[in-house]
Design a protein around this ligand. Structure first.
Ligand code: WT7
Length: 642
């Protein structure tokens, strides 16, 4: 990573990129507007966010912009009422966007479906009526275990429309993971699909659901609504399982939108932390809507003619905010792809961009590295001239990958916006704007209204160029409203680490121009291909195996996925008589973790040990294992660890 230097020096060396004149002329936010936004946000952040809230329609306005009286349980727009679906969908059917494409979808086999805003509205209303008929009302949880298909967008909106909270479980998570989320949330209804296509295979999702529902707690998932995507032969258990299309056929095309309080929950998304159990991040209707809308309009610089292609699955926060809600809130057209990004060959994504004329391409460093590996001849074969903006999120985008992306996908003609944010932040926090001077490898400055800083363990700012903890000093509208069922955990995980500020869990530095450079996680959380996975969760999964006595997991660098897990295991001696050799044990453990957590939990290697390094109080010293693994000097123990 380059050492930070001042912008002037970099401009002379031409290691930074100035915006093209056309980008500046056409930008929604021009340099003077951006300067004014920073000025207002610094002078009066609440006035800044109030202005952003006024860009949307509300059923009732707020009594205050922010209620911080019970910090850190901040309440944005208390007293305000509305529903995100009113702004994302209902209002569009009364204006010119009514007949505009809201959603374009392509299946892996090349099948395509398109929905105008009006068509999407009809479908959402039918599902909303169906959910109500199934007894779902305000505040009830509806679990979504769905692949990237149009019905996924419909289900997210329909649940919100009736005031229900959708608990999204990414379709790559395991049966056990789904069962736990169903039990935690007591979701009345589960919406899923028979399956989907990925990498040329037909995945039978319903079989995973059936396994998950075996032994699920009490009354969870009384009804399972199954979208028929693949037509595969699946088990439909009466009266629990209903086909989506049968259900919708009987329903009315009009449904009232529930009027919610701004702070009412909109969705839960599970994510990993440092404990053995994932936590469920909760986002609400009002603040999240303002954050998603404002940042999508300004950072992604959305235009009426845009086709926005976000490669993230709607089951992750990126797909939620910038694949579904942000675009629909601004009346944009979104493109959603079902399958594997390299199927049937490495030009699938460039081919999509060419065929649909995508104008914005928002993806991850892992995907960029995958494209890099196959070489520039694939994008070169395609006409990518419709693109005007590129974005990246989820992991550090190295200057090398940045340049490749800029050159071979953007044809040296599109700004590359490396955006930093989290499931918890709900919206982009650090990012260049299309009109910014870009520094490859940096995530740009804090956006207007975002008070980010790099501090030491006591919360004191560190000088420019020096590493420290990335924190957010003031609340922002897109922030999580809490962790489901865990008030103490919310305070402890984010607000007590460094008193008074939000602790992001990342290590970063800020250069003299105020640009941030993300260096990685500060905690025991891995980032595997942009997916967060706690080492403690993988260790807990390993320890559940009968041949594992103790386990420790660390992240090791990977050329494509950024990072993968390596496990150190003290085995139970019983394995010796049961299995032929250590390789057999290793592959059994890898398969076991995959089953427990899902295919995102990639374990590169399993190493058997006689014992694990531990502190006197018994905590595993993962950083000692990591230093040994990377051939680095073993760091001395801190006072706490000795
Ligand atoms: C963690 C959050 C928000 C979308 C996807 C991930 C890492 C995120 C960047 C970036 C370097 C990044 C951080 C962060 N991260 N964006 N542009 N550069 N690292 O959401 O699963 O909640 O993970 O992803 O470590 O804390 P998430």
């Amino acid at each position: 990573m380059p050492t930070p230097a001042t912008l002037d020096a970099l401009l002379v060396e031409e290691r930074v990129f100035r915006p093209a004149p056309a980008t500046v002329i056409e930008a929604n936010v021009k340099p003077a507007d951006l300067a004014e936004a920073y000025r207002l946000a610094e002078a009066d952040p609440l006035a800044f966010w109030e202005k952003a809230a006024l860009e949307l329609e509300w059923h009732r306005k707020w009594d205050a912009v922010l209620d911080a009286s019970n910090a850190p349980f901040h309440r944005w727009f208390p007293g305000a009422r509305g529903n995100i679906v009113h702004n994302a969908l209902d209002r569009h059917v009364h204006i010119w966007t009514k007949n505009k494409l809201a959603l374009i979808w392509e299946g892996e086999a090349g099948d395509c479906r398109k929905f105008t805003y009006f068509e999407l509205y009809r479908e959402v209303n039918r599902l909303a009526c169906a959910l109500r008929a199934l007894g779902v009302s305000r505040g009830d949880r509806v679990c979504l275990y769905l692949p990237p298909i149009p019905e996924t967008v419909v289900a997210m909106l329909a649940a919100a429309k009736v005031g229900a909270v959708h608990v999204f479980v990414f379709a790559g998570y395991s049966a056990k993971f789904l069962r736990e989320r169903l039990s935690d949330s007591r979701a009345k209804v589960l919406v899923t699909a028979d399956g989907f296509y990925r990498g040329g295979r037909c995945i039978n999702l319903k079989a995973v659901v059936d396994e998950a529902l075996d032994g699920v707690a009490g009354d969870a998932a009384e009804t399972v609504v199954v979208v028929r995507r693949t037509g595969a032969d699946i088990d439909m258990r009466e009266p629990r399982d209903l086909y989506y299309h049968d259900l919708l056929r009987q329903e009315s095309p009009e449904a009232a939108t529930e009027i919610m309080e701004a702070g009412d929950p909109l969705f839960w998304l599970p994510t990993s932390g440092t404990t053995g159990r994932p936590k469920s991040i909760v986002h609400g209707h009002g603040g999240y809507m303002v954050g998603a809308h404002h940042t999508f309009r300004t950072v992604f610089d959305i235009k009426p003619t845009d086709i926005h292609f976000c490669t993230a699955d709607p089951g992750w926060i990126t797909g939620h905010t910038y694949g579904v809600f942000g675009p629909l809130l601004t009346g944009a057209s979104v493109f959603l792809y079902e399958g594997h990004p390299l199927y049937p060959q490495a030009d699938r994504l460039p081919s999509i961009i060419e065929r649909y004329g995508a104008t914005i391409f928002y993806t991850t460093p892992t995907l960029i590295r995958m494209l890099m590996r196959y070489g520039p001849q694939y994008p070169k074969k395609r006409d990518l001239s419709t693109l005007r903006l590129l974005g990246s999120v989820g992991e550090t985008l190295s200057p090398e990958a940045w340049m490749w992306f800029y050159k071979h996908i953007g044809r040296s003609n599109c700004p590359v916006l490396d955006t930093w944010w989290q499931t918890e932040t709900g919206m982009a926090m650090l990012s260049p704007m299309p009109i910014s001077v870009l520094k490859p490898g940096s995530v740009g400055k804090a956006l207007p209204g975002v008070a980010a800083a790099v501090v030491d363990g006591q919360g004191h700012s560190v000088p420019p160029g020096q590493g420290g903890f990335l924190v957010l000093k003031t609340p922002w509208p897109g922030m999580l409203t809490g962790l489901a069922g865990d008030e103490a955990g919310y305070k402890e995980a984010y607000w007590d680490k460094i008193p008074g500020v939000y602790f992001a869990g990342d290590v970063a530095r800020r250069d003299e121009d105020g640009y941030f450079w993300i260096q990685g996680r500060a905690d025991d959380v891995l980032n595997i291909a942009g997916h967060r996975l706690g080492t403690a969760e993988i260790e807990a999964a390993l320890c559940a195996h009968r041949f594992v006595a103790e386990a420790a997991v660390i992240g090791v660098p990977d050329k494509i996925k950024g990072e993968v897990a390596k496990a150190f295991v003290v085995a139970d001696p019983a394995w010796v008589s049961a299995l032929p050799d250590a390789d057999a044990l290793a592959s059994q453990l890898r398969e076991h973790v995959r089953r427990e957590l899902g295919p995102i939990a990639v374990i590169r290697a399993v190493e058997l040990r006689q014992s694990l390094p531990r502190t006197r109080s018994g905590k595993i010293l993962r950083r000692v294992l990591k230093a040994e693994e990377l051939g680095e000097p073993v760091p001395p123990l801190s006072g706490e660890e000795a």
